[in-house]
Design a protein around this ligand. Structure first.
Ligand SMILES: Cc1ncc(COP(=O)(O)O)c(C=O)c1O
Length: 405
């Protein structure tokens, strides 16, 4: 007898979606194509020689740490290092407040697993990171849009939704590249406090600032408030997620969560069921990389490269795009956001762009509302400046042709 799988799938499979972006990116893999589409860091900046040296060392000197089963919450020494780093960044944490995960994508999945019931409402910026929507949808979440402008998310929009949490990307947002201003950050926290709302702050790009003054994270602001009230400083309302993906290498699949202990226990329990623990070799290598003091120079190298490339993209846009088009001016991270005149829809524009050997990501899939038809996300991170120039020239020509300009 044939197995009819459709009778056997869990209801939750209906809530799952594949990433529209991944499907789009499949067409952007052709050799010779200038792809400003992927959210990939520059592979030339992976510290391969240093990682090779470290891998050799940890495999010979501490094979148990790097090859044996490990603790679910993560390698103790790495949790200690991350707690120190977190404290130095104004989020006072103990190792018990750190859970090491297999990428922020897993952090989001685990948070969904322990916090969400079917039908729960989540507040998400509109547009927002598609991978988060995918993770949360799989637990039956419903989304409410928090609109954004070029100052970041609009605080008043947090009011009155009885949401399980607000998923926030205040720094170099994916997809828009926008950074929420300090006033808005304070106002968002204030609103969250008034509404007794929890915030999940996703911050994979914060240290990759190449221009302007660093801003405190939401977690840091919450910590400052807590200390002012006589607390230990560990934020209770803000769960902070960050990652080694954009500062070391995404293939390591290594990230962390900073959270109150009431949360780390359930997170660890959920992670046990998911994958027992994060790759031990990757954890040992990252820990040794930090111990040797190599991280600041590594981050500086990335910042400098992205700064030059962001500049190249801005200049090319100014030179080749028709006037009157909105584009963000990110001060860090990987992405720039473009809003074309309403008559140009970017989804049908993509195949035409690919014909001309250039690719971008249409912005619409990042929205939870029926919006964003004329938007696109561009990355400058993984492309040489000459190719950025050429890619934007081709794209500009295409847009102009569309507009009859
Ligand atoms: C905002 C945001 N969160 C999470 C992730 C996933 O990161 P990781 O590689 O740590 O899973 C990304 C990846 O691009 C991202 O842009």
């Amino acid at each position: 007898m044939q197995v009819n799988w459709n009778d056997r799938f869990a209801t939750r499979l209906e809530w799952m979606t594949t990433s529209a972006i991944r499907d789009i990116l499949k067409c952007a893999q052709t050799p010779g194509l200038i792809s400003m589409a992927g959210g990939w860091p520059e592979a030339e900046l992976f510290p391969t020689a240093q990682l090779a040296e470290i891998a050799q060392q940890v495999l010979t000197q501490s094979p148990r740490d790097s090859l044996q089963y490990g603790l679910t919450d993560g390698l103790t020494v790495l949790r200690e290092q991350l707690a120190k780093m977190s404290t130095a960044q104004g989020i006072p944490a103990q190792p018990e407040n750190i859970v090491i995960t297999s990428g922020t994508q897993q952090s989001l999945d685990l948070l969904g697993r322990i916090l969400l019931n079917e039908g729960d409402t989540l507040l998400v910026e509109n547009p927002t990171f598609l991978g988060a929507l995918q993770s949360f949808k799989a637990y039956g979440a419903r989304f409410r849009a928090v609109p954004m402008d070029d100052q970041g998310a609009i605080p008043e929009e947090l009011d009155g939704h009885d949401a399980k949490f607000y998923y926030a990307l205040p720094t170099f947002q994916n997809p828009t590249g926008v950074t929420t201003t300090l006033e808005r950050r304070k106002a968002l926290l204030e609103r969250a406090r008034e509404q007794n709302l929890v915030i999940v702050e996703d911050d994979p790009y914060g240290v990759l600032r190449f221009e302007g003054q660093p801003l405190p994270t939401l977690a840091q602001l919450a910590a400052e408030e807590d200390i002012a009230r006589g607390g230990s400083g560990l934020p209770q309302r803000v769960i902070y997620c960050s990652s080694f993906s954009k500062i070391l290498a995404p293939g390591l699949r290594l990230s962390w969560i900073v959270a109150p202990r009431e949360l780390t226990g359930p997170l660890v329990m959920a992670k046990q069921g998911a994958d027992l623990h994060t790759n031990a070799l990757a954890q040992s290598m990252a820990s040794e990389f930090i111990r040797r003091g190599w991280m600041p120079a590594q981050i500086e190298r990335i910042r400098e490269t992205y700064r030059v490339r962001r500049q190249a993209m801005l200049q090319a846009i100014e030179a080749y795009f028709p006037s009157g088009i909105y584009y963000s001016r990110p001060e860090g991270g990987l992405f720039m956001w473009v809003e074309l005149p309403g008559e140009v829809e970017t989804i049908p524009l993509l195949p035409k762009a690919v014909e001309q050997q250039v690719a971008f990501v249409p912005g619409k899939p990042f929205y939870i509302t029926d919006a964003g038809d004329s938007t696109m996300r561009l990355t400058f991170a993984s492309i040489q400046p000459e190719l950025i120039h050429e890619g934007i020239r081709r794209l500009g020509g295409l847009i102009k042709a569309h507009l009859g300009a």
